[in-house]
Design a protein around this ligand. Structure first.
Ligand SMILES: Cc1cc2nc3c(=O)[nH]c(=O)nc-3n(C[C@H](O)[C@H](O)[C@H](O)COP(=O)(O)OP(=O)(O)OC[C@H]3O[C@@H](n4cnc5c(N)ncnc54)[C@H](O)[C@@H]3O)c2cc1C
Length: 455
């Protein structure tokens, strides 16, 4: 049961139900929605729950990283002040500012976020706390590489500033820190200059996994953005066939971000709508969408970066039981074998997935728990069934066998032992938490599941 006894003045004492994007994990929690940093300090001082407190952004993480069942949650979306971008491209803003808001305000002036996840609904706070990566990771690194400083409300309510030169250990714990170092109340981000609001896009079919990975390896050398969609149902000689996309910023003009003309899915699809047959048919059609000779086009940057944002609550497509996402990275030296074995295990299981993506990652992130490392990252969705957690365990073992790691922003199933082995800087992270949060006030369902504060 949620602890409601000591909810503070800015807290909503009626418990709310919050859900991860995959809709397999839920939390009933007391909630505060501060609108400035004084409110944040008040909430931290007054929301004293035995189950701790965690910040929550736009709720675009798939599992339980932003959930705190039976505890307290600080929703940061109203902390969305945004100062004008200076001539150096530095954006100072609240953590609740979304990628969409930055596009609407800055794209026509020639500034974009240097790194962006596949949804513009994510917030700056969420992007820092998961150290998110985009389709340009080889060139641009992850989001944390562009954060100049952070103002952070520590668990005891004190607000401190941290940066690569101001308490760098705290900075490295907060980049990719899963909300466990405190509440980000303001951050400075270095934006990227663009000459156009469009990209030129080259799309090519690849008939199997070797061709797809070769295409991505070539693309990372020559293109600003690269990504591949994989037909995760194909087997045998076609295992890993897919479509390669490589994009470059186009020449002018600069136009405002097109208005969001997203549609809503009016209801949860029945669970049976997504079955191996319908997913197989979708994958066939999707593969043939691009002609055998490939094609070139010029598309708005927003269409290229955020294809899924056109359907607002697409997560309802998986029905009421929701879905799991699996995303791992396999280091370069193991990638050919590792990705092939993962795809074989998925195809053999017959669970099917129609949102399967393969990307390359460049360097490691600076955060203690940053996900990226040089290699290939594979991401797939699976409709939730009774046996899906078993498949996730098999994929966890394969990831470990190849020296890889699972992305916590997407995760709902990783074991504490697997987590320990995948994140070798966990000890450094724990030391910072012991220093700034000796009372263990910050906590989430994920931090308990993975025993992040266990010892
Ligand atoms: C369609 C789609 C595509 C995606 N594509 C990508 C991708 O390409 N690359 C990628 O890396 N990720 C991707 N993601 C994952 C997504 O970018 C991350 O989960 C991101 O963290 C979500 O941000 P959010 O604002 O929704 O935060 P939430 O999901 O609400 O929270 C995420 C984390 O941020 C913490 N947090 C939130 N606000 C604060 C704050 N003020 N201070 C401290 N911590 C805070 C929370 O405690 C939690 O740990 C995708 C997600 C979707 C739905």
């Amino acid at each position: 049961m949620p602890d409601l006894e000591s909810a503070g003045p800015s807290a909503d004492v009626s418990p709310q139900r919050l859900t991860g994007w995959g809709r397999t994990r839920h939390a009933t929690t007391t909630v505060a929605e501060p609108s400035d940093e004084r409110d944040v300090a008040t909430s931290l001082a007054t929301m004293r729950s035995a189950r701790g407190i965690i910040p929550f952004g736009a709720g675009r993480s798939y599992g339980d990283v932003a959930l705190n069942d039976g505890g307290a949650t600080l929703i940061a979306t109203d902390l969305d002040a945004m100062a004008p971008v200076d001539e150096d491209g530095c954006l100072v803003c609240g953590p609740g500012v979304t990628f969409r808001q930055v596009l609407e305000k800055e794209l026509h002036r020639g500034w974009i976020m240097p790194v962006s996840p596949g949804t513009a609904f994510a917030t700056v706070g969420g992007a820092i706390a998961n150290d998110v990566h985009g389709k340009n990771h080889d060139r641009a690194g992850s989001f944390g590489d562009h954060v100049r400083w952070i103002r952070l409300a520590l668990p005891d309510g004190r607000i401190v500033r941290t940066s690569p030169v101001e308490d760098p250990d705290l900075f490295d714990a907060t980049i990719g820190g899963l909300g466990l170092t405190g509440i980000i109340v303001e951050a400075a981000i270095g934006l990227k200059r663009v000459a156009s609001s469009h990209v030129t896009l080259r799309e090519d079919r690849a008939g199997d996994i070797e061709a797809l990975m070769d295409g991505l390896r070539r693309g990372r050398e020559t293109s600003s953005y690269t990504v591949a969609w994989i037909d995760a149902v194909a087997r045998g000689k076609s295992l890993g066939r897919g479509i390669l996309q490589a994009a470059e910023p186009a020449d002018g003009p600069l136009e405002p971000a097109p208005p969001l003309r997203a549609r809503r899915l009016p209801f949860d699809l029945p669970a049976l709508a997504l079955n191996p047959l319908s997913i197989g048919a979708f994958n066939q059609l999707y593969f043939r969408r691009v002609p055998a000779a490939g094609r070139d086009s010029r598309v708005p940057l927003t269409t290229f970066l955020y294809p899924l944002d056109a359907l607002l609550d697409w997560n309802r497509m998986y029905g009421r039981r929701g879905f799991y996402q699996f995303q791992c990275v396999i280091p370069e030296a193991q990638a050919d074998l590792g990705i092939r074995q993962l795809l074989e295990a998925i195809a053999a299981d017959g669970s099917g997935s129609f949102l399967a993506v393969l990307k390359t990652l460049g360097r490691s992130g600076r955060g203690h728990l940053s996900f990226p490392m040089p290699g290939f990252t594979l991401a797939l969705d699976f409709p939730a069934r009774n046996r899906t957690p078993d498949l996730m365990s098999r994929l966890e073992r394969l990831t470990l066998d190849h020296g890889g790691r699972i992305y916590l922003a997407k995760d709902a199933c990783l074991s504490p032992g697997g987590f320990d082995r995948m994140y070798p800087r966990l000890g450094e992270f724990r030391r910072v938490l012991d220093r700034i949060d000796p009372e263990r006030r910050m906590a989430s369902d994920l931090s308990r599941r993975l025993q992040i504060r266990a010892r």
